[in-house]
Design a protein around this ligand. Structure first.
Ligand SMILES: [Zn+2]
Length: 371
């Protein structure tokens, strides 16, 4: 099979995609480009859904055993002007290029390969350029996909890693914006009134007294990431707020953390101290996944990688698009089709010479799920 002519199309497509900025929730332009690309490639059932996912159905009508291949279009960067792109030797530098723009291109051209070679999946496939994987995108894309295809997806494979790493364990998290409000006043004449900052500080020290639960080899963490508040040096602070989160790869530990945080929030309420909680993130843990079916999926993927790439695969836990299907019991894995570095920084880069191998991995992997 002549894969060279397809491999050669990957890098130019990456460059085109990189030009189109796509912060989480603002993937419109990139989605439009991908949709048109799929249609030009010859696919007939392609649409953009309510969450800005581009969904390309491939022999998927009436199937309840779909295999999904997904890669996310959004980047962590808020910029809405075209991202700068530069090439240096084997490296291409651009924001979001490794995470996850290159994977989007590899997936799209792999889909085209199947179509051109008349490789038709018996049970159907979805190729999805999904939205909102990053940060406060909060998995909106895969959440919506799971809703629209409820009960119809058999397995989910996300291209969102580097070549030698599989993400197999889901780290769930809850994230909150917590705001403290008081009457406040003048620091001298109203001395003694409740201060929003000191009340917030007390909550933070309570959080940092938490002993994280441990079940088996589970891993659970928490963090206060941002604080803001106050008016001036001689004002009793009227308001102060923080962004905080906890995470765990174990669904029970996540529930225990939820209770501990709720208690801290509740206990902070008192006369003239109002606590306003806004949940800004909710990434579920895995729940009810049949371990045999997951193992089957991982073994299939692993054998392709070991055969084609001759690499030893390391298993990791992380927060990826797989969290959504895994929370619904659908076997899922995030695999990699490129290498690079500097992910989530403005110095992010892609190893250009990793693309031919990544592409070969991708088309071989897809062909495991034709029957
Ligand atoms: Zn990613």
């Amino acid at each position: 099979m002549d894969i060279k002519k397809y491999q050669d199309q990957v890098y130019p497509l990456i460059k085109e995609l990189c030009k189109i900025p796509a912060p989480s929730h603002f993937e419109d332009e990139r989605a439009k480009f991908c949709k048109e690309w799929f249609i030009n490639a010859g696919f007939t059932s392609v649409y953009i859904d309510e969450a800005k996912n581009v969904v390309c159905e491939y022999n998927a009508k009436n199937s309840n055993e779909l295999t999904v291949f997904a890669a996310h279009t959004d980047t962590v960067f808020p910029d809405t002007t075209p991202y700068p792109f530069k090439e240096e030797g084997n490296r291409a530098y651009c924001m979001g290029i490794s995470d996850d723009t290159a994977s989007v291109a590899v997936m799209m051209i792999s889909a085209k390969y199947l179509l051109d070679n008349n490789l038709i999946p018996e049970k159907g496939m979805l190729f999805v350029c999904n939205s909102c994987e990053e940060g406060l995108g909060d998995l909106k894309g895969t959440r919506n996909l799971m809703k629209n295809y409820a009960g119809r997806i058999k397995r989910f494979i996300s291209f969102d890693s580097s070549i030698s790493a599989f993400y197999t364990e889901c780290v769930g998290s809850h994230r909150y914006n917590v705001k403290v409000e008081t009457t406040g006043g003048h620091s001298f004449s109203n001395f003694g009134r409740e201060n929003a900052i000191s009340n917030l500080a007390n909550m933070i020290s309570e959080i940092y007294k938490i002993e994280v639960p441990k079940i088996g080899d589970s891993h659970t963490t928490y963090n206060v990431g941002i604080v803001n508040g106050g008016t001036s040096v001689n004002t009793i602070a009227q308001s102060a707020e923080m962004l905080c989160e906890y995470r765990s790869d174990n669904v029970e530990c996540l529930a225990i953390m939820q209770e501990k945080f709720q208690n801290i929030f509740k206990n902070a309420e008192k006369e003239d101290v109002k606590i306003i909680i806004t949940k800004v993130g909710d990434r579920p843990c895995a729940k009810g996944v049949d371990p045999n079916k997951l193992d089957e999926l991982l073994t299939t993927c692993k054998s392709v990688y070991e055969k084609i790439a001759n690499v030893k695969i390391a298993y990791h836990s992380g927060s990826t698009d797989c969290n959504m299907p895994m929370s619904l019991g659908i076997p899922s894995v995030a695999v990699g089709v490129r290498t690079g570095g500097g992910v989530h920084t403005r110095e992010e880069f892609l190893d250009i010479d990793s693309l031919p191998l990544g592409y070969e991995l991708s088309i071989n992997l897809m062909q495991q799920f034709l029957k």
